[in-house]
Design a protein around this ligand. Sequence first.
Ligand SMILES: Cc1ncc(COP(=O)(O)O)c(C=O)c1O
Length: 1029
Amino acid sequence: MTTVTKKVIPLRWISNIKLLQHRSFHVDAIAYKTANITSKQFESIYNSDAKDLSRELDGFLKRHIGPSPKDVNKMLKTLNYDDLSNFISSVIPEKILEKRSLNLKAPDQGYTEQEMLKELKNLANLNNFEVKNFIGKGYYGTILPPVIQRNLLENPQWYTSYTPYQPEISQGRLESLLNFQTIITELTGLPIANASLLDEGTAASEAMLLSFNLSKGKKKTYLIDSNIHKQTKAVLRTRSIPTNIEIKEIDPYNLDSIKEELSTNNVSGILIQYPATDGSIASMENLQNLSKLIHEKKGIVSVASDLMALTLLKPPSEFNADVVLGSSQRFGVPMGFGGPHAAFFSVTNKLSRKIPGRIVGVSKDRLGNQAFRLALQTREQHIKRDKATSNICTAQALLANIAAMYVVYHGPEGLKNISQRIFAITSILAKFINSDGSSFKTLNENWFDTLTIKLPDGITSDNLLQNALKKYNINLYKVNDNAVSVAIDETTTQKDLENLIKLFSNDSQINVTQLVAESKFEEFPVDLRRSDNFLAQPVFNTYHNETAMLRYMTRLQMRDLSLANSMIPLGSCTMKLNATTEMIPITWPQFANIHPFQPKSQVQGYYELTKSLEHDLCEITGFDAISLQPNSGAQGEFSGLRVITTYLKDQGQTHRNICLIPISAHGTNPASAAMCGLKVVPIACLKNGSLDLVDLKAKAEQYKDNLAAIMITYPSTYGLYEPGVTDAINIVHENGGQVYLDGANMNAQLGLTSPAFLGADVCHLNLHKTFAIPHGGGGPGVGAIGVKSHLQPYLPGHDITKIEGAGEKSIDAVCSSAFGNSLVLPISFAFIKMLGNQGVPFVSSMAILNANYLVERLKEHYKILFISEEDRVSKHCAHEFIIDLREFKDKHVEAIDIAKRLQDYGFHAPTLAFPVPGTLMVEPTESEDLNELNRFVDAMISIRGEIDDFVNGQPKGMVLKNAPHSLEDLLISKDWDTRGYTREQAAYPLPFLKQNKFWPVVARVDDMYGDMNLMCTCPSVEDVASSQK
Ligand SMILES: Cc1ncc(COP(=O)(O)O)c(C=O)c1O
């Protein structure tokens, strides 16, 4: 069905000066009640006309889309088409092509970049960022050192790189992530840490599931400290439901009641908060006893902690914790209304193979040099699918890198100075509050940075909060009607302390300045204080001035290939332009310095932004409602499936527990289904790549009484617009199931078709793919979900922040903050609004054109899976395609050889071995221009010659096996006389490389060695010294 909406042509397009020229456009627009994707329309939006005063000259479409109208014509000609619209009609099956005209909250042709920045500034100014937040509860004011802000967070070389799957061209961020892991292991005292998780709440649930899985799913009770953050409890509840884990809140001081719980032999572990959410710190003796009790019953002790506190506080290893987790936000990462921030997770050696998420490990390259890489990947969902222990694909790499650099910059002494000051300020305030004349009293007896304060009779929390805001522009946290809490952080000044004292003195006329000046600078108590010498590694003790720091970051950035170097044609990853204008607002304090629990009246900018973005995403997907909460694609899958299972429960259909998943699905699909308690039933695919509808029908009917859902990706993970998708959806609906669409390939749908039009009930959108949020070297992501109206009541709610539309049927929060990774939402907001109704469909049209152009140029040289003459399911691919290299396998050339050789040509490899082993999946996106596409084609053709050399036994074919070639290899290796190819052939196989060469800093990395000799922290001082001998 095509929705026909009458288009109103904005007056600004019908200027008198250009009336004649505009007439044809005008007529076209009226004739096209559906989206107009003709070549002429593209040209008319692309080309600005100096005489047309009604239109700003520099439109965004022209900057975002790579090919110019001229290029488009050339490419169409190569493909034998005369018009873009005809081409698209022949690519997308008729019943799939919707071309519904959009009604975005934006000008038809989009905002220009300057207009967008003004609009965003207006929104930003609706957020109160000048208020001083003492809210705490997992989110704290912090100072992002400007050198890190500009040279890392605002630097495309850091934020546009992908997850470091190709280690030879990712050594910079791998080193930084190794620094992050080292910081975590040093501060928590546990030997193994991962390279970040999504947030504290989800990290806590990973700890719960790890404990449960270790008990082989037998011990169904999980104990949690009643004194953990409220938002963490909510996320734990969400994750406990599918596995029927019973969460019991306990008082960690009450060892008798814990003994009683343990006597059931049904407890898999415990999670405590240290320091607790009320600010208190349990005694070491108590914690050791507690730990002993849990361990005696083979349970796992997990600790949610705070890195800043741990720079003073004894590490959890001293009371034998098995897992330590938390957020690294306060190490320089802006609060951003709740995210993105990197959670951390460390474990004991015995849990090293159970740890969730990505781990960076140390290995060696072909020349024996130290090299970093992602370790132990066989634990992950890519391999283990529904048996995976966790489901982390996109994590929070960029934020982990910021936190790591913050520590590199401050060093252990700098950190201790910051934390000691935080403690001292807290102590001065506590002393005042507990002084004889005060009518207030702290409820916690000890603290690091947080005081929970009981109010005197006659003062309610609401009164006090109002007073604090009105008189001192201060936000506190309301614990209950009679208690508030105050959290001190790195940004707290003497003036702030004075204001707090005035507030808690009932505004009496005391001389606070004098009082503060005379206060003792309290040292952290000896019985709680750690005594070890942490972070002694050279990297944390070298770069403390800005010049050194700048050079360290620059050195690392130069080791990484990012979109700033060349195209990253990773299939299923949509590495498109992340425009500077989209990125600029995220470091504005109006968006960055906002606490997620600030009252709604103070964050109207964020509310308006999210509402407008939700509207636009509904418009694009055809859905009735959107939740922006899930903070990765995999998290979106979990949320969408939770919404489905909760809906089914409400319908009295709890028994429906089967999830059909095609064998071509991404590993996160089966892993998410399993996390939701669903049983995965695989659906076959035909030889030609399409879904086997016969198998699907048979399975849907076989399981019709218990069918919960199907998860499908559209266009399929094979890069095909399967015409049978609507039949597949109907089959599932007819058999009582719901349809979950994995939106990873949404970049082939924008304005052309939509998940709701296809018939899906729910779909996640990777805003970090389709909607221009940069991949950050492995995160952040936003896995927003869209749903049809029957599922809307079940979208995630939040215990602290009000989400419009959330109600009693809402599932509990899936992550810690209400709007997930809110700080990066302005990026997608700007992307959509700068393209406008007319520009959006060209995103997908050009992505499809670019992919098909590559197919056309490469098909003589390589087999293209599913699109070859004899095997074709479709004449064309969608926005990505698969190069089949399996024919070379028995000649001993592997897909990985081509992937590595591409590095010598300055390209990141396409997606390797997914969805078909032995292949490369290429996705150029709409942002690459014809020159870059041709460069890639030239490189691939040249490599084809090298494959032939190898297959024909020519010595120069060895260039493939030795790839990539580092500079060191070229300069120092002694075997060049026997290689069979020259240095020049190794490094400059095509002329353009002499002008534009990216050097891999290491040679091919040995994967096996790294896994067998797991090392995932920085070398110690001793190691460095001995390696220099
Ligand atoms: C088809 C598909 N589904 C799901 C995901 C998971 O998304 P995320 O990495 O954001 O968790 C990916 C990631 O690449 C994907 O390609």
